[in-house]
Design a protein around this ligand. Structure first.
Ligand code: NAD
Length: 484
C-alpha cells in the first residue's frame, strides 16, 4: 500500500512503453484538496497517432491468435486486475474521492467481465455454415480493428473493462483514454495488464477533449466506445461519423423511481437510499427523481429524511464515512447551483446528514445530502442530471400521471417501479421510456450479465454487458459463398 505522501507520475503507454510528456497535470485528492496524489501526462495528437498505429500493428497478429488462446491470456490479465485490489484501490479512492468499498466494487465489477465474456465469446465467434448441392456459405464474424475506449471518472475500472474485454476477446486492439479526473490507478492497472499481452494490444493516452477529438477522428480507429456526458457523447458521434466509425455511447441519465402506495416502505427504503446516494450520487443509473403516490407521500418523506439524516459525510478513506466528496470542482459547483435554484424556486429544501470532520470541510468537495420536496415541479433538478447527493421527491395521484412525469425527460437510461403488486408493476414498467426498468430495485448491483445495459433518447446508443449485442458491436459480419 502506498503512503499518503506518495505521489506518482503517469505516462502514456504505447507498445508497452511509457512515453514521457513535456507537461504533466497534477491530480489532487477531492477529499483533501491540499494533497497532490500524483501527476498525469498531458498528451497530444501525436501520442494518439502513435498509440493508434501501435494498436493497428498489434491487431493484425492478435486477430490470427486462436480465440481460446486469446481468452486464456485475457483471463490472466483479469487475474492481475483482481490482485490489484490490494494496492490500486487505495490510490483510486484518493484520486476520485470514493469510499473504499465503492472502489472495490468498481474493481470487482471490472473483473467479472473477464469471467462472463470468456464463457460466451467462443460460441459467438463460431462461423455459421450451410452447404447444399449448389454452394457453400459461411457467415463469419471478424474483429473491427482499433477500438478507442473513452471513459469517465465515476467508475473507471468497470467502465473500461466493459469495453476492453469484449473488444480484445473478439480480436481487436484498444487505445484507452481515461478521464483527467481519475487517470492514475486505471493507467497503472492497464500497464500491468498490457505487460503480459503482445505490445500494442492495450495502449493508454491521456489528456482532455483535444486528445478525445484526435481519437474520434483518427482514420484507423474503427470503433469508438464512449461513456460520459450527453453533450460530449453527441460531439463524439458527430466526429466519428466523418469516417463512419461504429459507436457505442453510454451517456447520462435522469432515472425516475415510481413508488406506488402499496410499496413496502421498510423493505424498499435501504435499497432506494443506496440507489440514490452510492458514490455520492455520481452513478449514471442512480435514482435521480423520486415520484411517490400522494397517499404515501408524507410517510415516505418522514422515513426517507430520518434515514438520510443519519448519513455521515467525510473523507472516502475514513471508514466512518457513508458519503464521500464529489469528484471535481465542476460537479461541486453544479450541484450547489441546483440546490440554490431549488431554494429560490420555493421548493422545500432539507439539508441533512452529519459532517464527519468539519475542520476539513472546506478542503474537499463535500456536500451534505439534500432532499428537495418539489410539489409544484418547479426545480431544475427534476429536468437535469444532478450527479450528486441531492434528490427531488415529487407527489403524484394517478398511475398515468406518474408515467407521464417519469417519461417527461430527454434522458432514458433506467427507471424503477416500487410496489408489492408484481403484475401492476410489470404493466407500468413496460410503459417506461428507458433502456432498463427495474421493479423493487435500482442502481449499482441491479443488473446482471446478459441484461443489455444502455439507454434510449439522450442516454445513448448501443448496449454493453450483452453477449449478443455487445459482441456484435465489436465485430463485422463477413459472409462467404462458394459456387460449386
Ligand atoms: P465527460 O463527458 O466530461 O467526459 C468523459 C470522457 O470524454 C473523458 O475521458 C473526457 O476527457 C472525454 N472527452 C471530453 N471531451 C471530449 C471530446 N470532445 N471528444 C472525445 N472525448 C472527450 O463525462 P464525465 O464528467 O467524465 O462523466 C460523467 C458523465 O458520464 C455523467 O453524465 C454520467 O451519467 C455519464 N456516465 C454514463 C454511464 C453509462 O453507462 N450510461 C456510466 C458512467 C457515467
Amino acid at each position: 500500500m502506498m503512503n499518503l505522501s506518495d505521489q506518482i507520475k503517469i505516462n502514456a503507454i504505447i507498445d508497452n512503453q511509457e512515453i514521457p510528456a513535456k507537461e504533466y497535470t497534477e491530480i489532487r485528492d477531492p477529499g483533501k484538496r491540499s494533497d497532490i496524489v500524483g501527476f498525469v501526462a498531458l498528451g497530444n495528437k501525436e501520442d494518439v497517432d502513435l498509440a493508434v498505429q501501435a494498436a493497428h500493428r498489434a491487431f493484425f497478429s492478435w486477430r490470427t491468435v486462436r480465440v481460446e488462446e486469446r481468452i486464456e491470456r485475457l483471463l490472466e490479465a483479469g487475474e492481475l486486475l483482481k490482485q490489484s485490489v490490494t494496492d490500486l484501490t487505495y490510490l483510486m479512492a484518493r484520486e476520485h474521492g470514493g469510499l473504499m468499498r465503492e472502489v472495490k466494487m468498481d474493481f470487482m465489477a471490472g473483473y467479472s467481465n473477464f469471467i462472463n465474456y470468456a464463457q460466451v465469446v467462443p460460441a459467438f465467434l463460431k462461423p455459421e455454415q450451410k452447404e447444399d448441392v449448389e454452394s457453400w456459405i459461411s457467415i463469419e464474424k471478424n474483429p473491427k480493428g482499433v477500438v478507442a475506449a473513452i471513459v469517465p471518472w465515476n467508475m473507471p475500472v468497470v467502465l473500461t473493462m466493459m469495453k476492453l474485454v469484449p473488444a480484445l476477446m473478439t480480436g481487436n486492439a484498444i487505445v484507452v483514454k481515461p478521464s483527467p479526473n481519475a487517470p492514475l490507478a486505471l493507467t497503472l492497472l492497464l500497464k500491468r495488464m498490457a505487460a503480459i499481452l503482445p505490445p500494442g494490444l492495450i495502449n493508454v493516452v491521456h489528456g482532455g477533449d483535444d486528445v478525445g477529438k484526435a481519437l474520434t477522428s483518427h482514420p484507423l480507429v474503427r470503433k469508438v466506445a464512449f461513456t460520459g456526458g450527453c453533450a460530449t457523447g453527441k460531439e463524439v458521434n458527430i466526429r466519428s461519423a466523418q469516417s463512419l466509425k461504429a459507436v457505442t455511447l453510454e451517456l447520462g441519465g435522469n432515472d425516475p423511481a415510481i413508488i406506488l402506495e402499496d410499496a413496502n416502505l421498510e423493505d424498499m427504503m435501504p435499497k432506494i437510499l443506496r440507489a440514490v446516494f452510492t458514490r455520492s450520487g455520481q452513478v449514471c443509473y442512480a435514482i435521480k427523481r423520486i415520484y411517490v403516490q400522494d397517499t404515501l407521500f408524507d410517510a415516505f418523506i418522514d422515513d426517507f429524511c430520518a434515514r438520510v439524516n443519519q448519513y455521515i459525510v467525510g473523507y472516502g478513506l475514513d471508514e466512518r464515512s457513508n458519503i464521500g466528496p464529489v469528484n471535481n470542482e465542476r460537479q461541486y459547483t453544479f450541484v450547489q447551483s441546483l440546490i440554490e435554484q431549488a431554494r429560490q424556486s420555493g421548493a422545500e429544501v432539507r439539508e441533512l446528514g452529519i459532517k464527519l470532520d468539519p475542520k476539513n470541510w472546506e478542503n474537499g468537495y463535500y456536500i451534505l445530502p439534500h432532499v428537495v420536496i418539489d410539489k409544484e415541479h418547479c426545480t431544475d433538478l427534476v429536468q437535469c442530471e444532478q450527479f450528486g447527493p441531492v434528490i427531488p421527491i415529487i407527489p403524484f395521484t394517478t398511475v398515468d400521471q406518474a408515467i407521464a412525469l417519469a417519461n417527461d425527460s430527454d434522458y432514458g437510461l433506467a427507471a424503477s417501479i416500487w410496489s408489492t403488486d408484481s403484475e401492476k408493476a410489470k404493466t407500468i414498467a413496460r410503459e417506461m421510456e428507458a433502456g432498463l426498468t427495474f421493479i423493487n430495485t435500482h442502481g449499482l448491483g441491479s443488473t446482471v450479465f446478459g441484461m443489455p445495459f444502455g439507454g434510449i433518447k439522450n442516454s445513448g446508443i448501443g448496449r454493453e454487458g450483452s453477449p449478443l449485442l455487445t459482441l456484435s458491436a465489436y465485430t463485422d459480419t463477413h459472409a462467404l459463398r462458394l459456387l460449386k
